[in-house]
Design a binder for this molecule. Structure first.
Ligand SMILES: CC(C)(COP(=O)(O)OP(=O)(O)OC[C@H]1O[C@@H](n2cnc3c(N)ncnc32)[C@H](O)[C@@H]1OP(=O)(O)O)[C@@H](O)C(=O)NCCC(=O)NCCS
Length: 254
C-alpha cells in the first residue's frame, strides 16, 4: 500500500477519456487503512456541504463518516487530474443487506415486502439474492458538472452487472434534483418511498435500477466499463488474478 493514496495498490484501474477510475473491494474482516480513511474524509467533506449536514464533522472538527457498511463493500473513486479524489461511490453486495441504508430507512417489513416482489426469495434474510445497494455517491463541489459524478455512477453500475446483480437499490436525495440525475441512468423511483432523512437533512426517496435494463443515455459508458471490469476480474487474466487474491474476494463475493 502506498502512502498518501486514496486507493490501495491492488485497486482495479480503469481509464476513461484520461480520467482514472479506481475500483477496490474492502474485505469484511479488513482493518481500517489509509485509503479507507481518505475516502471517508472525502465523502464527509462533500456531504458536510459547508455546514448543511453537521453530522459529517466530529467534535474536533474532523470530517467524519465512519460506517460499518464500508467493510465488505466495493469502493469507486474517480481522480481529478492531480490524482486527488474528485468523485466517489460505494456498492454493497447482498451479504450486507442487513445493514442496507434503504432497509434502515424503509424499516425491515416494508423493505422485505418491496424487495421480495423483485425476485425469488432465497438469499440472506430470505430476500432475493441479487439486490445490491449503492450509496455515498458524491463529487467534489469544485468539479461539479464536468462528468465526474456520472463516471463514478456508471462505474458502480458496470460493476453490479459484472457481479451478476439483479438490481441496484439506493436512497436518493430530492432537494437538489438528485432523483433526476438517477433517472438519466434508468433508475426508477419506488412509489410511496418519499420521506425525510434527518442525517442528510433533506428529503429522500428509494430508487432502483434493474441491471438488465438500459442505463439510459449512459448505456454505452456502462457497457464499456463493464467489459473492461469483466476482463480485469476474469480468473484467467494473470494480473487480475493476483489482484483478486490480494483483495481477499476469491470465493467470498464473486
Ligand atoms: C449528485 C452529484 C454526485 C452529481 O455530480 P456531478 O459531478 O455534478 O455530475 P455530472 O457532472 O457527472 O453530471 C452528469 C449529468 O447529470 C446532470 N446533473 C448533475 N447533478 C444533477 C442534479 N442534482 N439533478 C439533475 N441533474 C443533475 C448534469 O447536469 C449532467 O448532465 P449534462 O451532461 O446534460 O450536463 C453531485 O452534485 C453531488 O455530489 N451532490 C452532493 C451529494 C449528493 O447529493 N449525492 C447524491 C446522493 S443521491
Amino acid at each position: 500500500m502506498t502512502t498518501r493514496s486514496h486507493h490501495p495498490d491492488t485497486a482495479l484501474l480503469l481509464r476513461h477519456h484520461g480520467r482514472a477510475v479506481a475500483v477496490w473491494h474492502l474485505a469484511a474482516t479488513a482493518l481500517t487503512s489509509e485509503p479507507l480513511e481518505t475516502v471517508r474524509a472525502f465523502r464527509a467533506r462533500v456531504l458536510y456541504a459547508k455546514g448543511r449536514r453537521p453530522d459529517f464533522r466530529d467534535s474536533t472538527g474532523r470530517f467524519w463518516d465512519p460506517q460499518d457498511l464500508d467493510f465488505g463493500a466495493w469502493h469507486i473513486t474517480v481522480d481529478d487530474p492531480t490524482g486527488r479524489p474528485a468523485a466517489y461511490a460505494r456498492l454493497c453486495p447482498p451479504q450486507l443487506i442487513g445493514q442496507f441504508q434503504t432497509r434502515d430507512y424503509l424499516g425491515a417489513e416494508t423493505f422485505t415486502k418491496i424487495t421480495r416482489s423483485l425476485g425469488e426469495p432465497k438469499g440472506v434474510l430470505g430476500l432475493p439474492e441479487g439486490i445490491w445497494e449503492a450509496s455515498r455517491l458524491v463529487s467534489d463541489e469544485h468539479v461539479r458538472g464536468q462528468g465526474y459524478g456520472a463516471l463514478a455512477q456508471a462505474a458502480y453500475l458496470a460493476l453490479a452487472r459484472v457481479q451478476g446483480a439483479n438490481a441496484v437499490i439506493g436512497l436518493s436525495g430530492t432537494k437538489d434534483g438528485q432523483e433526476k440525475f438517477h433517472q438519466q441512468f434508468g433508475y426508477t423511483t419506488l412509489p410511496d418511498t418519499e420521506g425525510y432523512e434527518p442525517h442528510y437533512t433533506e428529503g429522500v426517496c428509494v430508487v432502483i435500477w434493474p441491471t438488465r435494463q438500459t442505463a439510459g443515455r449512459y448505456e454505452p459508458l456502462v457497457d464499456s466499463l463493464a467489459s473492461e471490469l469483466a476482463n480485469k476480474l476474469a480468473p484467467s487474466s494473470g494480473d487480475s488474478q493476483g489482484t483478486v487474491n490480494e483483495l481477499g474476494i476469491n470465493g467470498v463475493l464473486i
